[in-house]
Design a protein around this ligand. Structure first.
Ligand SMILES: *[C@@H]1O[C@H](CO)[C@@H](O)[C@H](O)[C@H]1NC(C)=O
Ligand SMILES: *[C@@H]1O[C@H](CO)[C@@H](O)[C@H](O)[C@H]1NC(C)=O
Ligand SMILES: *[C@@H]1O[C@H](CO)[C@@H](O)[C@H](O)[C@H]1NC(C)=O
Ligand SMILES: *[C@@H]1O[C@H](CO)[C@@H](O)[C@H](O)[C@H]1NC(C)=O
Ligand SMILES: *[C@@H]1O[C@H](CO)[C@@H](O)[C@H](O)[C@H]1NC(C)=O
Length: 636
């Protein structure tokens, strides 16, 4: 971690030595070990047995292959997290000179190598990180070529995608499975649940042929069939089946992956067997890593499976959350697992606002509810109730021109890109409501992160912009105490206020905060935006690093100017997302679309909501009629 703190990573990339002809420099492509290694202070050296041996533990190395694009998004976080997890045997395979130099600049050239160019089928570059793009497809196969090259040198390998966060060292787990399991490869799945009981943290107890394998993380120890398995896997690359993971699924799960009955089937060994033989390499046995310990965004955020089953969490692959890069990053930030550059935490100009939420009471038996539509509606009502408080918080932050720390929003239903049942994915039963929402379940994270919140063209709030921070921000060790303890609470007086007060009359008392640090300022409330703005200019409030509003809706009554308030309504609602998705049978039975648009506007301002275009296939909760009663006793 230390090494990362003081290096401006952006600069490093500018120095990267790609020649004008687009060719990588000789130091990057050199396969000759001895002289090139001497250069390795400033960048990674070539892949060699000697390097691997230096790093390996129990003859095992953990490797992630990274190109410039992925590095920019996840590289520094990967490195920081793996160091924090006390994993020593990790290596980055630099797919281009940029990554190689960035690792050198961090003083970590001993933990990386330049990907052996002669092994790669694809050497193109792209400046667009996009899931499913051609560049992305081809890069995924490069990972397999690299893993094969390392495996060939006789090491057990753990392959890890770079958008994986390692929480704990998995080596003891893998070593134990080498003793108690017959599986040759242990691989993750896209499962959102586990059939293992709490007492059993071993491989997934009943691997199912319909479960999609996720090659984001796998462990492949040495065994005699290993090289031939790699060759079989790579033979799927020219068959245009998709990315490396598709190739793995076709090869191991055969017709269960392709839904083509002509394809071979894997061999299952009956009850109790935790491994199956690959359809196209039937001497290789595959075991599934349990989602409780080797998780994804859904199992970590929504289901919290590792806590429920009391299993050690080794890693989270940040998939199965929101679909943008920004929502992924936000989940990592929430988990205190994203590396931002120092000013993000420490900037002297950083002025924050925080607020508390009031929640609707959840019905006691809610977690046993079976009627999906009833659950959706409770969730949307409860989400809107929270967003309507965020409405006043964003308004106060706009007036104060402060960065708003998100509260822990509570979710009572999972948002997904595809249908859920009883608000859970794939009929899983583990998720208990409420859980702490990832931001993209309620707000449009990409928009908020990239643009902040502001009123374009507004002459009253010109130059005011609200950026956001994740809910865990003030718990992050990187945030200095000076910020954490520089709190001023702004609380409304319980007495009714008088009209026509001057700013200094709005401020009633200033006293030490009962929390033991910072101050509490009691004010006459509610007040208009103009009044709040004048009040906030008073030194005790203007200088606060953190302005905490326990109940923003009790402080602020609205914007004085009609046009500004109207514009505020329009702009804030643009940051609000929708819930998704009803199942197709429910949609037919209810005659409803798959989405419900969430709302931040207070009940008396709903006239400012935009009409929803039919192409958006969403409705507002207040426009849905009562839940129709189905002739055969209800829906779902
Ligand atoms: C890593 O090691 C340090 C020092 O021994 C320890 O404090 C920390 O808890 C360890 N972290 C993990 C995730 O095991
Ligand atoms: C395993 O695969 C081979 C072909 O590689 C095939 O001849 C054999 O029948 C398969 N074994 C089983 C049990 O299906
Ligand atoms: C969870 O597991 C740990 C050991 O891994 C054990 O000490 C603890 O008692 C378990 N807790 C529960 C609630 O089962
Ligand atoms: C608002 O805050 C930003 C920093 O986030 C600052 O650059 C800007 O000048 C401020 N605007 C006003 C009007 O004070
Ligand atoms: C379904 O809803 C649409 C509009 O939302 C309406 O026009 C149509 O009549 C409804 N169909 C039935 C069968 O109720």
């Amino acid at each position: 971690m230390l090494q990362l703190r003081h290096v401006a990573l952006g600069l490093v990339l500018l120095l990267a030595g790609v020649g004008a002809d687009g060719l990588a420099p000789a130091w990057f492509t050199a396969a000759d070990v001895s002289p090139a290694r001497k250069l390795a202070g400033g960048h990674c050296g070539p892949m060699s047995r000697e390097l691997l041996q230096t790093v390996a533990k129990d003859n095992t190395v953990l490797i992630t292959a990274v190109d410039q694009l992925v590095w920019k998004s996840f590289g520094p976080s990967f490195v920081e997290n793996i160091q924090a997890a006390n994993i020593s045997y990790w290596l980055i395979a630099a797919l281009d000179p940029h990554v190689s130099l960035a690792m050198g600049a961090l003083g970590l050239a001993g933990h990386c190598f330049n990907a052996p160019q002669e092994r790669l089928a694809y050497k193109g570059q792209s400046d667009n990180y996009q899931w499913g793009s051609d560049h992305w497809h081809r890069t995924t196969w490069n990972k397999v070529h690299i893993m094969r090259a390392v495996y060939e040198l006789g090491f057990h390998i753990i392959q890890s995608d770079t958008d994986v966060t390692w929480f704990n060292d998995p080596l003891p787990y893998f070593m134990a499975r080498m003793k108690d399991s017959r599986a040759n490869i242990l691989v993750c799945t896209d499962s959102v649940s586990s059939e293992n009981p709490a007492s059993d943290g071993g491989l997934e107890v009943a691997p199912h042929p319909y479960t999609n394998v996720n090659t984001g993380v796998y462990f492949m120890p040495q065994w005699p069939g290993g090289m031939s398995f790699f060759d079989e896997w790579l033979s799927w690359q020219p068959k245009n089946v998709g990315h490396d993971q598709d190739g793995f699924n076709y090869m191991t799960r055969g017709s269960y992956a392709s839904h083509d009955e002509k394809m071979a089937k894997p061999i299952f060994f009956g009850p109790g067997a935790r491994e199956f033989a690959a359809a196209y390499h039937n001497t290789t046995k595959i075991g599934f890593l349990p989602a409780s310990s080797f998780g994804n965004t859904y199992t970590y955020v929504n289901a919290q499976l590792h806590k429920l089953l009391n299993h050690t969490l080794y890693e989270v692959h940040w998939v199965w959350g929101g679909n943008t890069l920004e929502s992924k990053r936000q989940c990592m930030r929430d988990a205190v697992k994203f590396h931002d550059e120092d000013p993000y935490y420490t900037s002297p100009g950083l002025q924050l606002m925080t607020f508390d939420l009031d929640f609707l009471p959840m019905p006691e038996d809610y977690n046993r509810w079976r009627m999906t539509e009833k659950m959706i509606r409770f969730h949307v009502e409860a989400a809107n109730h929270q967003l309507r408080q965020a409405y006043w918080a964003f308004a106060a932050a706009l007036i104060a021109n402060r960065t708003l720390v998100m509260p822990r929003f509570r979710c009572y239903c999972s948002k997904n890109w595809y249908q859920t049942q009883q608000c859970r994915i794939n009929y899983e039963q583990a998720t208990q409501f409420p859980f702490t929402c990832s931001l993209s379940q309620l707000l449009r994270t990409k928009r908020l992160e990239q643009q902040g919140f502001w009123l374009p063209g507004n002459n009253e709030y010109n130059g005011h912009k609200v950026f956001i921070r994740e809910y865990s921000f003030l718990e992050n060790a990187k945030v200095p105490d000076e910020i954490k303890r520089g709190v001023v609470e702004l609380v409304p007086s319980s007495n009714p206020r008088l009209p026509g007060l001057k700013p200094e009359q709005l401020l009633l008392t200033t006293e030490p905060s009962p929390r033991g640090y910072g101050q509490r300022v009691t004010v006459a409330a509610p007040m208009s935006d103009w009044e709040l703005r004048a009040l906030l200019a008073m030194p005790v409030l203007a200088s606060a690093r953190v302005l905490h509003l326990p109940a923003p809706y009790q402080i602020l009554s609205g914007f004085s100017k009609f046009d500004t308030h109207h514009q505020y309504d329009v702009e804030i609602q643009k940051r609000v997302t929708y819930w998704c998705c009803r199942s197709p049978p429910d949609m037919r039975a209810l005659n409803m679309t798959d989405r419900v648009q969430l709302v931040a506007l207070p009940p008396d301002r709903l006239h400012n909501l935009p009409p929803l275009a039919p192409a958006f296939h969403a409705q507002y909760l207040h426009q849905l009629g009562p839940i129709p009663v189905h002739p055969d006793g209800g829906v779902s």
